[in-house]
Design a binder for this molecule. Structure first.
Ligand code: SAH
Ligand code: DHB
Ligand code: MG
Length: 223
């Protein structure tokens, strides 16, 4: 990929964080517990967590769906943005991850707000569509990238006009620029971006996000 000054990107990311993301004991212990349990450190950055928090606040979302929980770090940011009576359902394949997430969410005081559902996200989403789950206001897609196109289709079945759908890791340090990426995650992210761009029910844009490398989110609103 093209040369990029990762050191400068890292410094800018830390500058933003120092301004807008105060130290937070609950979030710090969330990351510490996830690390101690051997979970991979692949959660959203602090700045991105703040962005998700603001987007949930700005949309006035009351029902949030997350696909890919890990240790519940992004979940905590979004859960904290909900009004009283709000609800967040987060889907996770690995029981080990879900266990850490549930402990972290309880420590964050969000155990009455968030439900972590264990299983393959496509199966959980299909079951939700079939059981007539009411639409969500805000959907965050962040599980296996090769599954993104099918998660999009299923997420649309759980949406209403105005639902915001956000997908993480859609630029992958330029990995999505290749026409036919060798990496399955790059391929999934590229297919996702193409699908939302062409979708008649969606208006969208992708937003680069610095984390040392360049990654980003795709933001869509359902028409
Ligand atoms: N959203 C989290 C990070 C999620 S990492 C945060 O920012 O804090 C991606 C997660 O997706 C991992 O925990 C992984 O186990 C989970 N995952 C991978 N494949 C999945 C699948 N098919 N269904 C549900 N979850 C899956
Ligand atoms: C990685 C980062 C992510 O945000 C994610 O959802 C999955 C993997 C990574 O850096 O490998
Ligand atoms: Mg991610």
């Amino acid at each position: 990929m093209a040369a990029f000054n990762e050191q400068l990107a890292e410094r800018i990311d830390r500058y933003i964080e120092s301004l807008f993301v105060p130290d937070d004991a609950v979030l710090a212990s969330n990351l510490k517990n996830a690390d101690a349990a051997g979970l991979p450190p692949i959660q959203v950055s602090a700045n991105q967590g703040k962005l998700l928090y603001l987007l949930v606040r700005m949309t006035g979302a009351r029902r949030v769906l997350e696909i890919g929980t890990l240790g519940g770090y992004s979940t905590t940011w979004m859960g904290r943005a909900l009004p009283a009576g709000g609800r967040l359902i987060s889907l996770e394949f690995e029981p080990r991850h879900a266990k850490v997430a549930r402990e972290n969410l309880a420590a964050a005081g969000l155990d009455g707000v968030v439900e972590v559902r264990v299983g393959d996200a496509a199966a959980s989403l299909t079951a939700m569509v079939e059981s007539g789950e009411p639409p969500f206001d805000f959907i965050f897609i962040d599980a296996d990238k090769s599954g993104y196109p099918k998660y999009l289709d299923l997420a649309l079945g759980l949406s209403r006009p105005g639902t915001v759908i956000i997908a993480d890791n859609v630029l992958r340090n330029g990995g999505v620029l290749e026409e036919n990426p060798a990496d399955a995650n790059d391929r999934g992210a590229r297919a996702y971006n193409a699908a939302v761009a062409a979708h008649p029910r969606l208006e969208s844009v992708a937003l680069p996000i610095l984390k040392g490398k360049i990654d980003g989110i795709t933001i869509s609103i359902v028409k």
